[in-house]
Design a protein. Structure first.
Length: 239
């Protein structure tokens, strides 16, 4: 097993863990968006979700070297999808241009095209545990590759339209988190156990991203969240 990669499981205790060394990391909000590295033609009509995803990817891969990517988003481009649904509800035709970038993997596709990255890319959603399941996918790929290739993981979401506020908890702010698994001084580890209660933590955009940044900055520590099915625990130590 390569240095910086950890993966264990214990069925008796119903606990498992996986992780890897973190070379770069970032957490961005709307005010942090910087697309100056892109050709002007790629900056047109980008959604907030995609702009944040591109910015986080660039922070973690400033040299824009081809590398595997994993994108995670609970709601994806739903703000754009909602606009299409509103048009249809009022009898207006759906915009083909809007529809083409309303799919869940739009940020991953745009990043690949705009940065000329031909490497494999994965996009997923995992409900209130989207940050955790996204990192799990990235770490599993990193482990399978024995740490021979860096992988950039980006989580991004923005608030749902106010229409949905009564039905699902959501965030008040859009943000993106980026993690680059590769050579680094910090090792991030994610473990999980079965939850003893179905009571979940805050819904919508989880607070996990902010907590993960805090322990990465400190170079040590841990934090946890409960999605009603599993309890997820993040920990950081020196690689």
């Amino acid at each position: 097993m390569a240095s910086g990669v950890a993966s264990v499981a214990d069925s008796n205790e119903n606990i498992a863990a996986i992780g890897g060394s973190i070379g770069r990391y970032c957490l961005l909000t709307e005010s942090d968006i910087d697309l100056s590295f892109l050709e002007r033609r790629y900056r047109r009509r980008l959604s907030m979700t995609t702009r944040l995803a591109l910015s986080a990817y660039h922070r973690c891969n400033p040299e824009l070297a081809p590398c595997r990517t994993v994108f995670a988003s609970r709601y994806g481009e739903y703000v754009r999808t909602y606009g299409i649904l509103k048009d249809l509800a009022t009898g207006e035709p759906a915009s083909p241009a809007a529809f083409s970038v309303s799919v869940h993997n739009a940020p991953g596709g745009v990043v690949g095209i705009a940065t000329h990255n031909p490497a494999p890319s994965t996009t997923l959603a995992g409900g209130s545990a989207t940050v955790e399941t996204g990192f799990l996918e990235a770490a599993m790929q990193f482990t399978e590759l024995a740490g021979s290739e860096d992988i950039v993981f980006v989580y991004v979401d923005e608030p749902l339209p106010s229409t949905y506020g009564r039905f699902v908890g959501t965030t008040k702010h859009a943000y993106a988190m980026g993690l680059r698994l590769g050579a680094g001084e910090r090792r991030l580890r994610l473990s999980w156990t079965k939850a003893e209660t179905t009571k979940r933590g805050p819904d919508g955009i989880p607070l996990s991203g902010y907590r993960i940044m805090a322990i990465l900055e400190a170079g040590q520590g841990n934090c946890s969240s409960n999605d009603g099915r599993l309890v997820w625990k993040w920990s950081v130590d020196r690689a």
